[in-house]
Design a protein around this ligand. Structure first.
Ligand SMILES: [Zn+2]
Ligand SMILES: [Zn+2]
Length: 93
């Protein structure tokens, strides 16, 4: 079991509370480059996805690699593609 601090409970896309999920263990730094989308990463080893009502498809969990934005509210690092903090739901940008 990972420590509870590694659990995320908010959607990084809309900030809504979702079923708890963990950080993805795999980096996907080339997401949104070369036309890649989240679908290119779904099902890959170490990739964590979760469900939220804001999207009809699975959403990618952030990971600890290639971190981009630090949440001013709780200090968690979120990938650049996150618009909300997965830990406290604060809007990042
Ligand atoms: Zn959402
Ligand atoms: Zn936060």
């Amino acid at each position: 079991m990972p420590p509870s601090t590694d659990q995320l409970t908010f959607c990084i896309s809309c900030g809504e509370k979702v079923h708890p999920y963990s950080y993805s263990a795999t980096g996907y730094s080339d997401l949104n480059e070369y036309g890649k989308t989240s679908a290119d990463f779904e099902g890959k080893t170490g990739v964590v996805t979760y469900r939220c009502t804001c999207s009809p498809r699975e959403l990618l969990a952030p990971n600890h690699e290639n971190t981009g934005t630090m949440c001013a509210g709780c200090g968690s690092f979120m990938n650049l593609f996150a618009t909300h903090c997965g830990s406290c739901s604060r809007r990042l940008r």
